[in-house]
Every structure is written in C-alpha cells, then in structure tokens.
Design a protein around this ligand. Sequence first.
Ligand code: ATP
Ligand code: 3PG
Length: 395
Amino acid sequence: MRTLRELNASGKRVLVRVDFNVPLKDGVVKDETRIAAAVPTLRQLLEQGATLVLFSHLGRPKGFDPASSLAPVAPVLEKHLGRPVVFVGGSPELTPASDATLARVEATPQGSVILLDNVRFEAGEEKNDPALAQRYARLGEAFVLDAFGSAHRAHASVTGVAGFLPSYAGLLMEKEVESLSKLLHNPEKPYWVVLGGAKVSDKIGVIENLLSKVTGMVIGGAMAFTFIKAQGGQVGKSLVEDDRLELARDLMRRAESLGVRLLLPVDVVAAQKVEAGVPTRIMPAEAIEEGWMGLDIGPESAKRFAGALQGARMVFWNGPMGVFEVDDFAKGTLAVGEAIARLEGAFTVIGGGDSVAAANKLGMADRFSHVSTGGGASLELLELGTLPGIEALKG
Ligand SMILES: Nc1ncnc2c1ncn2[C@@H]1O[C@H](COP(=O)(O)OP(=O)(O)OP(=O)(O)O)[C@@H](O)[C@H]1O
Ligand SMILES: O=C(O)[C@H](O)COP(=O)(O)O
C-alpha cells in the first residue's frame, strides 16, 4: 500500500475516508473508540498544513435519513482533536457529493477540519458507482483511506474514489493491516485462535484459513452448539445452525488430521430465557435439557480453555463465550479474556465488533497487543489475506 510517508500534504485539501460508524443512542455517541482511532492520521496531516475533508458511513440507511446523520459525531471529534470541526450536512441538499456541499467546502478557510454527512445518503455509494466516486474526488487533491473497519467494502467512498485521486493508507489502516497480517504470515507457536459469538457461518472462512497455521482453536459462544450437535450432543433449545452440521463435522475431521486441537465446552451455564436474574443451572454441554439453552460456557470449560491458552505466544480472539451483555452470562468471556490478557510477552489481538465491546465492558482491552477497529474487515483480512481497500491503494 502507498502510505502517508509518500504524501506531502502541505497546503493541500485532503479527503479522508474514516470509519465513524459508531453506536448512537438518542443522538449520542455511545462508543468513541473509532473516533479516537482516527486522530493520529488527522493530527499528522494537520501538522503538515493540510485542510481536511472527512467522510464516513453510519448505519445502513437507504438514502437521506436524519437519524443516520453524522452530526452527533462532530462535537466528539472536536473533543478528541482539540480544535473546531465544521459539519456540512444534516439536510437532503447537503449530501457528501452534492454541488452545495462542494461549494461549502470550497468556502471553508484553509487548515480547517470539515466533516461531511453519511456517504450512504448517496444512491451510488454501495454500488461503487464511478460517477459518484468522481464527484467525491472533487472534494480534495489527495485521498487517504483510514477506514480500516470499512476496508472490506468495495464502495465508492472506500475503493472507487481511489481511482480518481492520488491515494494513501492512513496510520490506522497501516497499523491494522500490519498487526493482523502477523497472524497470517508470522505465526509464533503455540498459536491459539479463540472464537465465539453467535454464528459459525460468519467465521467459517477464518477457521478454514487459519486451521493449518495454529496449535489449536477454542470454540465457545453459541457457535459451539453447532459443533456439539454435529457430534451427536443434545443441546436443548440452544442456538444451532442446522444447515452447518455437516460443515462442522468436516472441520473437526480436518483439525484432527492436521493434529490441531479443537476445544469445545464441556459444560454450560443454561437458562430457559435470555434475561438477567432468571434461574440458571450448570449442565453438561452435550446433555442440555429440553427447554433450556446454553448461554455461557461453564466453570469447567473456562478452566480448560484458560489452561490450554497458558504459554501461548500468539492469540487471536473474536467473539464472546456467552451472552456477555447480561452479567449472569459474562463470566466465561471474562475468564477467557483474562487468560489471554494475562499472557506475558505474547502477541494478542482482539477482532472488532462484539469482542471489543466485551473487552471494554470487562475493562481488559488495554492489556491486548492490538484491538482491531474492524469486525467484518478483520475477519475478511484473516480469511482472504487482503481487502478491497488494500488493493485500491496498490499500484
Ligand atoms: N450461547 C449463546 N447464545 C446466544 N447468543 C450468544 C451466545 N454466546 C454469544 N452470543 C451472542 O453473540 C453475539 C456476538 O456474536 P458475533 O458473532 O456478532 O460476535 P463478534 O464476531 O465479536 O462481533 P462482530 O460480528 O460485530 O464482529 C453477542 O451479542 C452474544 O450475546
Ligand atoms: O461496523 C462495521 O463493521 C463497518 O463499519 C462496516 O459496516 P457495514 O457492515 O454496514 O458495511
């Protein structure tokens, strides 16, 4: 990838694609991680004397929708940058590629930081419409892609615009790609992958691509039940993907033939409802009673998982071990997260999304070597070895 080292931004208006797809509640930003993560690139460009035009998606609106405006992000960005941010948006006329927006950008004094509105207000964004990409390109003289969390999307503001301007990877993009690539290309052993979360189907690609590189995989969360059922276990009303049972069997066979350990829970914390304060029981993972469901790994599983991780030199963790949002079902995630965070001298990475939310909630995120800002993007990079956003910055 071409990087910021190759860009002299002095006196230039630089268009920066950031990933400010942050959780909002009642118009308030609930997690500022992605905003803070963009700051090093923005500071560096400002120090060189650039004018910044930032753009991002937020949520999945189909056309203009005030509820998905980036307006609430502007004050948060101001706080992190310590300088004013001019927001241009908030109406159907001021979408990021409109002539009215361009006129406002051109009228803004040099050295300013301008935040545009949601790129998904533009009809051609997700279709990667070249005409739209060309309109974005009018907004700057150079393009910097720092939206690692969106780099798996071949959309007009991510890859399309790179075809019309000199384009560079931002510092966040570089750091993410470097850290995640180590997991693919420089495996230090013992190397463990810890997977959890809701669905096997989201993680198949990563399992398949990493299986031959690792010492073992720990599988918890709801996705474990597809494997347990595939082995003939009784999983009650736990979440299962019945159309993935054969695939789960196949992955288990492949792990065995590669000599890779695949650890599944032996016990679970079960309940009849996903709710705080409901009665819970510890049950064997392969003998969950009818009407009950596994909502966290049990204490014996947590002990075994933590034991297996001891001495690991490299760990990738994606997905919680249970319904960590409810305290009664967060213990397994805490135990496994703690076992990884405690490793000394190891290279430890958390994939984005819910795993990072879990690590933040449990107060352990700063004890990992790298916390990715990308959920889907980190998984896809580990699955395919590259991303559309990376490819767009080559050549
Ligand atoms: N045993 C379980 N039963 C039901 N839901 C579960 C269970 N274990 C975990 N989950 C749920 O899985 C969800 C997270 O799954 P997901 O696959 O999205 O994780 P992730 O990969 O960390 O996140 P993202 O996909 O956003 O990167 C959480 O909301 C959690 O409550
Ligand atoms: O949150 C994310 O994973 C990224 O911002 C991508 O969002 P998307 O899945 O709506 O494209």
